[in-house]
Design a protein around this ligand. Structure first.
Ligand code: HEM
Length: 340
């Protein structure tokens, strides 16, 4: 059996424009119909713009269990509400299907979004559509660099983000949460206090050390080991903003769901040490889902056989590795089918 590989856009950091679509199945979960709709949608998204698509697709447990019952990671489950310290809540708004479009401009993402939605709308209800963007040099709207401690090379990314074996191997467990910032409240702090909340300097993003790193800083709550193993994840969050509402669409990939949950529990103060992450005093999550982003091969298999004339899998992710070694050649036939 040939090993699967993650959808290539998971690790592609080249786009500055993002669009996140969260769908819920409208009626009964029925495999053939839904697989066909997803395949058509991905094909439409890819073929609607004459340049290579960067798309990641992920599924909630109940949909993926029907599409690919043999490829469900054993730890995949729905997001559960977290009732944290001080009334802070992480709500659960579990979706069934998640599509992440990465583009060179809003035009590209809009064209793909409108095309794919036509193929999905009879079977799925759109529950969230969130555009996002890269803010200056990968800064969050609170004006701190986001992503500094992310794993940088292929080996480290794979170790952090890719299910290593068993059902679902080669895919990634995904956490998505839209966070809404209270920027006025955060900006009312002087820079030293802001840095104490984050655990890094604002200029240079240097980690605070020793006593300077507060135990309730964001870095101290999320840079964590369990049984001697660093709970590393790979983050791909994107800021979003209007005057009325602005924040961070948090997005991270992990090899095991536990890695996300350990960090969330520590952020919300439910991990047993009585501490919470001070960041949640300045931003609140208003959505939350756990998903599985299957590897390229698993994705192609799950939505391919019912594609009825559309480009197999429409995986939006198939590059040479897949077409050459795993899926039949048609999976990556046109320019839209290959990655950048
Ligand atoms: C309002 C939402 C959030 C904001 C604005 C935010 C911002 C940041 C910033 C500025 C850093 C320091 C720079 C860096 O290493 O990237 C950071 C680090 C980090 N964040 Fe977040 N974050 C948010 C939510 C989350 C959530 C929900 C998680 C996990 C469930 C998380 C996990 C991490 C991790 C693992 C690190 C790196 C820690 C280290 O190893 O040094 N963040 N975040």
């Amino acid at each position: 059996m040939i090993a699967d590989i993650p959808q290539r856009a998971v690790f592609d950091e080249s786009a500055r424009y993002h669009r996140f679509l969260e769908y819920r199945v409208t009626g009964e979960i029925e495999r053939d119909r839904l697989a066909r709709a997803v395949a058509s949608a991905l094909h439409a998204a890819r073929s609607s713009v004459g340049r290579p698509a960067r798309i990641v697709v992920a599924f909630g447990r109940r949909l993926w269990s029907v599409l690919a019952p043999d490829a469900v990671p054993s730890d995949l489950r729905d997001f559960r509400i977290i009732r944290g310290i001080g009334g802070h809540v992480a709500p659960a708004t579990q979706c069934d299907l998640w599509i992440w479009l990465q583009g060179s401009g809003e035009d590209e993402n809009v064209a793909r979004t409108l095309a794919l939605h036509v193929a999905l709308r009879d079977e799925f209800t759109l529950q969230l559509e969130q555009p996002g963007f890269t803010y200056f040099e990968s800064r969050d709207l609170i004006d701190f660099e986001d992503g500094t401690a992310n794993p940088k090379d292929d080996a480290a990314r794979t170790e952090a983000a890719v299910v290593p074996g068993g059902p679902g191997a080669g895919g990634c467990i995904v956490l998505i949460q839209r966070w809404v910032h209270d920027l006025d409240k955060f900006k009312a702090l002087d820079v030293a206090r802001q840095e104490a909340v984050i655990g890094r300097t604002k200029a240079g993003s240097i980690e605070l050390e020793g006593d300077a790193l507060a135990l309730d800083s964001h870095v101290a709550r999320t840079d964590v080991e369990k049984d001697g193993v660093a709970m590393k994840i790979y983050r791909r969050s994107a800021p979003y903003a209007t005057i009325a509402r602005h924040g961070l669409y948090f997005l991270a990939f992990a090899r095991a769901l536990e890695r996300h949950q350990v960090q969330l529990d520590r952020m919300y103060g439910v991990s047993g040490d009585g501490l919470h992450d001070r960041l949640i005093e300045f931003s609140r999550a208003d959505t939350g889902s756990y998903l599985f982003a299957p590897g390229e091969r698993a994705l192609a298999q799950a939505v391919d056989s019912e594609a009825s004339g559309s480009d197999p899998a429409g995986s939006g992710a198939c590059g040479p590795e897949v077409s050459g070694s795993v899926v039949s050649g048609s999976a990556a036939s046109g320019p839209e089918a290959t990655g950048p």
